[in-house]
Design a protein around this ligand. Structure first.
Ligand code: GTP
Ligand code: MG
Length: 195
């Protein structure tokens, strides 16, 4: 896939603010600061179209990126950041839940986790939720560049074990720093939008 003209089409919290259900959407879910927005920038070759920050809690809305009018990548607020107030966290969880459960043109949800630590308790809950809603269960294990070569295979196995996943195509180690596996993800997106 070649991406020429990605745009931030819409920023929403409520359903009536979402764009029309005319294009397939692939959403990014995951803990705050895990690299969801960076993942989008890497795929679309833009430094900062999706706003990122070293401080967790940067993305607080549902951001719809229109990719060449072919499909959308949807950046969701991160979960699990303790410094955000409980009421705020519950509000974001509400946005995420309504989007994931009601969106008709949502074809897949990628769960982004940290390759260094593997899934947290909340990641495993989110994973179950994603599977129960009928999505493929693709995991993007981000920040791959931060793990020493000698540790990489061990971490990958730990991640497979914690999720209880055996299908080798479902966990994709990824790095926005080195662009590791960018082409593989683009291929996966190609398949998803053609299906
Ligand atoms: P929220 O919007 O808070 O949910 O966070 P997010 O998941 O969108 O994370 P974001 O993309 O803003 O990245 C958080 C921090 O991690 C930033 O400082 C990024 O530069 C850094 N980061 C993201 N991906 C990678 C990666 O693959 N490798 C390295 N080394 N750093 C990364
Ligand atoms: Mg973000």
């Amino acid at each position: 896939m070649k991406i020429n003209n990605p745009t931030l089409e819409k920023i929403a919290v409520k359903k009536d603010q979402y764009p029309a259900e005319n294009l397939k959407e692939i959403a990014l879910a995951g803990r705050s600061n895990v690299g969801k927005s960076s993942f989008i920038n890497t795929l679309i070759n833009r430094k900062n179209l999706a706003r990122t920050s070293s401080q967790p809690g940067k993305t607080r809305t549902i951001n719809f990126y229109n990719i060449d009018d072919k499909f959308r990548l949807v950046d969701l607020p991160g979960y699990g950041y303790a410094k955000v107030s409980k009421s705020e966290r519950e509000k974001w969880a509400g946005y995420i839940n309504s989007y994931l459960s009601e969106r008709k043109n949502l074809v897949d949800v990628f769960l982004v986790i940290d390759f260094r630590h593997g899934p947290t308790e909340l990641d495993l809950i989110m994973y179950d939720y994603i599977i129960q809603n009928g999505f493929s269960g693709t995991v993007i294990a981000s920040k791959f560049d931060k793990v020493k070569k000698s540790q990489q295979a061990k971490n990958l196995k730990m991640i497979y074990d914690k999720f209880g996943i055996t299908d080798k195509s479902l966990i994709i180690p990824f790095s926005s720093e080195t662009k590791y596996n960018k082409d593989l993800v683009l291929k996966k997106l190609d398949q998803l939008i053609e299906e």
